[in-house]
Every structure is written in C-alpha cells, then in structure tokens.
Design a protein around this ligand. Structure first.
Ligand code: ARG
Length: 458
C-alpha cells in the first residue's frame, strides 16, 4: 500500500519504486516502529484525539503484527516503500477503519527520526555491554600479570621494561573512554522527536512530553525542524565507533606482531586461528587482521554520512535515508569485532619467559643505569653520555649491560659500585617506577583496585 497515492495520476515507475524504497534495510527497526506507534496512539487517546476503543483496536492490532513478525507468520515484503508503510498497511488490513487513524498528527519524517533513535539507543546499550566484557577480560589478564616483564616500545624499538599488566592497562583506559563517549552520546540524543510532524509540528493538541516519557526519553526535542533533520547523534556515534575500531585495530596489530615467529610473545588459540591452503605449517591471525581491516569500513561510514549531510538545507531531505544502511553496517561490524576480539584475547596464551628475555636484551635498563649515576651526583647529561659509551661497548661484545664486568664500568666512571647490577635488574627497573600510572607493582595494584571498582559500578 502506498501512503501517498491520492495526488498521483500514474503508477510509479518500477525502477523509481525500487530506488526510492528503504524497506530492505529499515525493516531492521520494525519493533521500534511499532513501539513508537503504540506510544503515539496512547498519547492521542489521552488527548481525546482518538477514542479509547480506537486506541485499543490500534494497539491490539500493532501488538499482533509485532508478535507475527517475530514468530515468522507475517513476512516483511518488498512491495511497501518502507517499514512505516508496511506496518500501517498491515494494520489497516487487520483492523480496518481505526487503522487509518494511526498516522494522525504524525509524519514519516518524525516517525523515522524516532525509530532510528530508538534503535540506536538499544545498540548503544549492547555495544556498551560488549565493551565491558572486553574490559573484564583485560582486567583479568592485568591482575594475573603484575610481574610479567616485557619490553615497552617507542618507535617500535625496545625502550624501557614494563609489565604485561601495564601494557594491557593502556587499552583498558582507551576502552574506558570509549564507554564514556557512548554514555555522552546517549544522554545528548535522548530527546524525543515524535510530534515534530513533517517539519512544523501539528495543529492537533499533542502532548509531546507524555509521548516522550512513554518512550523513556528525557523529554521532547525543542525545534521541530531540527527534530526531523538532526543526524548529529549518528555522526557522533560513528565517530565513537571509529575510535573503538581504531583502538581494537592497534591492539590487533600488536597481537599480530607478538604472535609472529619473530616475537613469540603470545600464541593465539587454535580456535581463533586459521590455516593456509598451501603451507601446512601456517597458523594465521586472521581474526586480528580482519578486525584491523574492518576498521576501514567503519571510518568509511563516518565520512559517508558527514558527506551526505553536508550542505543539506532544512528540514527533511530524502538524502537522509542514506543514514541507515551504513550505520547499521557499522553497528553490526563493531558488535561482531568486539565479540570476536574479546574471545580471542580471553583464550590467548602468553609466553612470559620470551617476553622477559626480550626485555632483558635490548638495553631497556639503560635509562636506569643513567639514573644510578645521577643518584651518585653525576649530572644527567654526563650520565647519558657515559651509559651511551657502555652500551656501545656491550653491542660490540654482544652482551647486555647486566653482563658487563664491574671493572669495565669503573674504567669509564669510578662512581660505579657492585650495586649497579641490582640497580639495573629488570625487577628494580620496573619496581622503582611507582608514580601514579607507572608500571611498578605498587602503583599497578592501585590501578587494578580502581578498575575493579569501575567495572562493578558501571
Ligand atoms: N524512508 C524514509 C527515510 O528513511 C522515511 C521518511 C520518508 N519521508 C519522506 N518525506 N519521504 O528517510
């Protein structure tokens, strides 16, 4: 059924119908569409615009349609232009005359704005939960690895020793910010556009506060033209998604490196790895690579919607229908990636010995050796030069600073004593770093406790 046939003398060209139609994807929010309609009709009856009987007939019909779509007896077909027309047509077919009153005081413009907001709200809640599950796994791994030493890198060169707990803690912070961004977006978007009509409200005495409260919004939107043309929340959401994907992609990149034969820091579980059709020895990190790869398509969705919205005059324009497919795709991509990434991390094995010996080889304690001299009164710049020369000597001999004999140390600076070895041992290097946010065990224990509290409360 068409909602707008009256003014037309010709049938719509079939290609035009197909090009214009959105039912193939907006059927995703059939439930939100029905819930929105129930709230609208409830409000109409409350305001005396519909009778109680009409309201009961309509809501009963809508509940039946919802149940039948869910149990598969009512199949959403491509004949309707969109989910709104589909539901309305099914309602009229089922209950007759009262069904024709459903759309009183409403336009598809405010209806679609509402449906998309309702759908987005649910998605935000789901993605927030998935992020929390991921953070719980990270938290467990952190708690178990407070003294798993590994090299910390800058420029992908070994820099200073850290711990696995500390390294994973960095990602905990990223995902914490991601969740807080989702919360902000939820709060900012949670105003109800229903009642904005096509663009200029309606002449019916709608109670917009009431319909907003029925649908658990914080209130109605304040400008009807903005209500039907605002897609800011989707742009913000796609931006937050892009950041989530960027975080996962960075994490994946590290896991791919760490899982390689060259690093061997971790081993991805067989259940999360794939093989090669030709090389029998291969076990590939495809999941991590795919998550990294899918980041591109989420960024694409953001740029696409920003570009669609650029230059659109007020109020509703059909261009805005383009918000859906890419947003749905981004939502599904982020959910899929989060679930898989969490599973991969949860089952991953850590080769603690390999990590520790890698931290030992690579002069990650050179800064601590310089600090030793500073603690004995040598100015830092001179200490830097002295240790630089010692490192060169070690490279020449193929040994680490820990293995260099005391005489060699003293030959370059008499300040060195036997306790230099203790001062530059990996344990000391890490344990001494106990300022807030540093990898020392004491500092990390505080972080772990705070994170546990955060997970419990949020
Ligand atoms: N399918 C449309 C969309 O997603 C629904 C709104 C249609 N409004 C209109 N004036 N044609 O934007």
């Amino acid at each position: 059924m068409k909602l707008w046939g009256g003014r037309f003398t010709k049938e719509t060209n079939e290609l035009v119908h197909n090009f214009n139609a959105s039912i193939s994807y907006d059927q995703k929010f059939y439930k939100q569409d029905i819930l929105g309609s129930v709230a609208h009709v409830t409000m109409l009856a409350e305001q005396g615009i519909l009778t109680e009987q009409e309201k009961d007939a309509i809501t009963g019909g809508l509940q039946g349609i919802l149940a039948d779509i869910e149990n598969g007896t009512l199949v959403i077909t491509g004949e309707s232009e969109d989910i709104h027309s589909f539901v309305e047509a099914a309602l009229i077919q089922r209950i007759g005359e009262p069904g024709k009153k459903l759309h009183t005081g409403r336009s598809r413009n405010d209806q679609v704005a509402l449906d998309m907001k309702l759908y987005t709200r649910d998605e935000i809640v789901m993605i927030n939960d998935l992020l929390k599950e991921l953070m719980e796994v990270i938290h467990r791994i952190m708690s178990e690895n407070l003294s798993t030493f590994m090299p910390g890198f800058t420029h992908l060169q070994k820099a200073q020793p850290v711990t696995l707990a500390h390294h994973f803690g960095a990602y905990f912070e990223m995902f914490r910010r991601d969740r807080s961004r989702l919360r902000d977006i939820y709060d900012r978007m949670n105003y109800c556009p229903l009642g904005a009509g096509a663009l200029a409200g309606t002449t019916y005495p709608l109670d917009r506060n009431y319909s907003a409260s029925l649908l658990k919004f914080d209130g109605p939107t304040w400008n009807s033209m903005d209500s039907v043309s605002d897609r800011d929340y989707l742009i913000e959401l796609l931006s937050a998604f892009s950041t989530i994907m960027m975080h996962m992609s960075r994490f994946c990149e590290e896991i791919i490196l760490w899982n390689s034969n060259e690093y061997r820091f971790v081993e991805i579980d067989d259940s999360y790895s794939t093989g090669s059709s030709i090389m029998p020895q291969k076990k590939n990190p495809d999941i991590a690579e795919l998550v990294r790869g899918k980041t591109g398509r989420v960024y694409g969705a953001l740029i696409s919607l920003l570009t669609t919205m650029k230059g659109l005059p007020l109020a509703y324009n059909k261009d805005m229908q383009e918000d859906k497919e890419l947003t749905f795709d981004a939502m599904d991509t982020v959910k899929g990636c989060l679930a898989l990434f969490t599973g991969m991390l949860d089952t991953m094995k850590f080769n603690r010995d390999v990590m520790e010996s890698s931290a030992k080889n690579g002069f990650t304690n050179a800064t601590d050796a310089a600090d030793y001299l500073v603690n004995h009164g040598v100015p830092f710049r001179d200490a830097h030069g002295i240790i630089g020369r010692l490192v060169l000597l070690c490279i020449d001999r193929g040994i680490s600073l820990d293995e260099l004999p005391l005489e060699e140390y003293q030959h370059i600076s008499p300040v060195f004593e036997e306790d230099i070895y203790e001062a530059i041992s990996m344990r000391t290097c890490v344990e001494k770093r106990n300022t807030i946010g540093a990898p020392g065990e004491e500092a990390m224990r505080e972080v772990i406790a705070a994170n546990a509290k955060y997970l419990q409360e949020s």
